[in-house]
Structure formats: structure tokens, C-alpha cells
Ligand binder design. Structure first.
Ligand SMILES: NC(=O)c1ccc[n+]([C@@H]2O[C@H](COP(=O)([O-])OP(=O)(O)OC[C@H]3O[C@@H](n4cnc5c(N)ncnc54)[C@H](O)[C@@H]3O)[C@@H](O)[C@H]2O)c1
Length: 311
């Protein structure tokens, strides 16, 4: 069994991966500053450091703990916030990563696994479902700092032999997505419907049912991280390849809950890409990964979770 360090392990995806690592018998260390994550989501079997990834203390933690794997989830991850404060975005996503890599290069790490983005890294892709070979042309500072992070990993591999895997996620959804940004539309819609609140759908005139996005359930994303540990190193899209329109999400939620709310349509916001979906054939082929939870099933589980929080 291995020693794993998870940054952002108190957050949405990081806490699901943490639970899986513990149930698989690994030894777990979590670093999180709790800026959006919750202490109660930190797996009790893990050793927890409440610490910012930019803090100099991180090097001591990595050198003392000597993990075999680092899974890096901690990030500034709001696209609009990255536009309004690109310096903060660069500080957390760029300098924070460097702080980890500078220590990780000295400890004989087996692999550094980065949570990147398939939604924000390709910009307006020329092909959908998009392959990893598409030129990355991010349209936001958030997408730019994720691409920068991927390039830093390449540099550390070339210069210090530090092996890595990059996982470019589609829109992730599921239980514990409490800090839902714009990518968390399923969570935002479920909470609104359960509260019988009205919903806004942003739509282009030629696509009146709203934007199309690729939604991937959180346990499938956690499993991709597990498979990246021993799988072939590389950059992989982690999505379903299926694009679903925003209005369809509301219809699924409404069917499952039996609740109908008012919906209104609005022009797209700055930077809203009309459609995306990720081609996952490389991850299937090289990691043996494939998504197991379909949208209706994943949404039903997510609705159960948010309904239970209200009980
Ligand atoms: N959720 C998605 O749809 C999605 C899509 C693509 C990529 N990602 C990436 O996945 C990763 C995890 O996303 P999430 O949805 O679980 O987010 P989240 O906000 O739920 O979790 C992030 C965790 O990192 C911690 N954190 C943030 N800044 C930190 C810092 N400076 N130092 C230490 N800890 C810090 C937070 O407290 C939180 O626990 C991010 O890197 C994000 O960019 C997420």
C-alpha cells in the first residue's frame, strides 16, 4: 500500500478520492486550508494539515511525510473570479503548485497527479467531443493557469524525472459539491428546485435550450485518479463524451423530484462557450478507465444527497 498526499482533500472531489484511497488501504495525508472545503469532509483516518499550499510549511510536510503519490486538487477554480482577480488565480494555481513541486522533486515521488480542466483549457474547440490533441487556447486566466500547471509538470519531468499524470475533467457533479461555481450547474439547479426557487438558463439564440456541457459523476473522477496511479503517464480527458443542454438538466431534476419551478432564459454571459464534450478514448485505452455512472443515475444520487441535508 502507498502513502498518498491529497491537497484539497476537504473539498468536493478531493474528499471523494480520499475516502476511496482509505477504503483501498492506502496511508493518507491531507493538506487543505479550508477556504472552501469542510473539516467534517476530511477523512478521519487521514493525517490532516490545515495549511495553505503556498505556505513555506508545505515543504516540511512533504519532506517529513515523503508521500509516494501527490494528488493535487487545491486550487482557485472560479472562472469569473480568475477574470476579476488574475493575480490571485496565478498565486494559488501557479505559485501554489510550484511550492509543492519544489519539495516533491527531492523525495522520490512515484507520481504527481494534477486535476486540470477539459472545460476551460480548450477554449472554443474546433472538434467536439474534443481530443487531447486539440490545441489548448484557454479563454480565462483559470484555464491559462491550469495549462501553465501542466507545462510546469512537463518541465519537472524533463529536468528532475518527476513523473506525472494530468486529468482534464469535464463538469464534475455529485454529493458534497457545496462550493458550486459556474461549472456546478447541476448542484445549483438541484438546490434551487428543492427550494422551489426560479431558475435562470443562459442560451444563445440558435441554441434556445441553453449551453451543452459534458457532465461526469464524482465517483468516476475519483476512480480516474486511482487508475492514474499505476496507469501510463500522460494527459487525459476525463468526461463522458456526451453533451447535455442546460434545460434537459432541469427536466431530469423535475421528473425525479416532481417539483416544477419557473425558468427564465437569458443571453449568454461573457466567455460562455456554447458547447463542450470531451473525447475519453485515450483514458479508456491507456488507463483502462471508463465512466460508469450515467447522468440520470448520478443526478438521482445527487438529489438524494441534497434532500438529506434538508431533512
Ligand atoms: N468541480 C469541477 O467541475 C471541476 C472541473 C474541472 C477541474 N476541477 C478541478 O478539480 C479540483 C478540485 O475541485 P473541487 O470541485 O473539488 O473544488 P473544491 O472547492 O470543493 O475543493 C478545493 C479544495 O481545495 C482547498 N483549497 C483551495 N485553495 C487552497 C489553498 N491555497 N491551499 C490549500 N487548500 C486550498 C479548499 O479548501 C477545498 O477544500 C480543482 O483543482 C479544480 O480546478 C474541478
Amino acid at each position: 500500500m502507498s502513502k498518498c498526499l491529497v491537497t484539497g482533500g476537504a473539498g468536493f472531489i478531493g474528499s471523494h478520492l480520499s475516502d476511496k484511497l482509505i477504503s483501498d488501504g492506502h496511508n493518507l495525508v491531507i493538506v487543505d486550508n479550508l477556504c472552501s472545503g469542510l473539516k467534517e469532509q476530511v477523512n478521519r483516518a487521514a493525517k490532516f494539515y490545515e495549511c495553505d499550499i503556498r505556505d513555506k510549511k508545505v515543504s516540511g510536510i512533504i519532506e517529513d511525510e515523503k508521500p509516494d503519490y501527490i494528488f493535487h486538487f487545491a486550487a482557485q477554480m472560479s472562472v469569473p473570479f480568475s477574470v476579476s482577480d488574475p493575480f490571485h488565480d496565478l498565486d494559488v494555481n501557479g505559485a501554489g503548485l510550484l511550492n509543492l513541486l519544489e519539495s516533491a522533486k527531492n523525495i522520490g515521488l512515484k507520481k504527481f497527479i494534477l486535476s486540470s480542466t477539459g472545460g476551460a483549457i480548450y477554449g472554443d474547440a474546433s472538434f467536439i467531443p474534443t481530443k487531447e490533441t486539440e490545441t489548448a487556447r484557454p479563454l480565462s486566466p483559470y484555464g491559462i493557469t491550469k495549462l501553465l500547471s501542466e507545462n510546469y509538470l512537463h518541465f519537472y519531468k524533463q529536468n528532475y524525472g518527476l513523473d506525472y499524470c494530468v486529468l482534464r475533467y469535464a463538469n464534475v457533479y455529485g454529493p458534497r459539491q457545496l462550493n458550486a461555481h459556474e461549472s456546478g450547474v447541476i448542484t445549483i439547479f438541484i438546490r434551487a428546485v428543492l427550494n422551489s426557487s426560479p431558475l435562470k438558463i443562459y442560451a444563445y439564440p440558435d441554441s434556445p435550450s441553453g449551453m451543452s456541457r459534458d457532465y461526469i459523476y464524482v465517483s468516476d473522477v475519483a476512480q480516474a485518479n486511482i487508475m492514474a496511479m499505476d496507469g501510463e503517464s500522460g494527459i487525459y480527458n476525463i468526461g463522458t463524451g456526451i453533451s447535455t443542454k442546460t434545460k434537459e438538466l432541469y427536466e431530469i431534476i423535475s421528473d425525479i423530484t416532481g417539483i416544477k419551478v419557473d425558468i427564465s432564459f437569458h443571453p449568454p454571459r461573457d466567455g460562455d462557450i456554447k458547447a463542450n464534450a470531451l473525447d475519453n478514448s485515450l483514458a479508456r485505452q491507456n488507463l483502462g478507465w471508463l465512466p460508469k455512472v450515467n447522468l440520470a443515475e448520478g443526478m438521482a444520487k445527487t438529489i438524494d444527497y441534497f434532500a438529506s441535508l434538508r431533512a
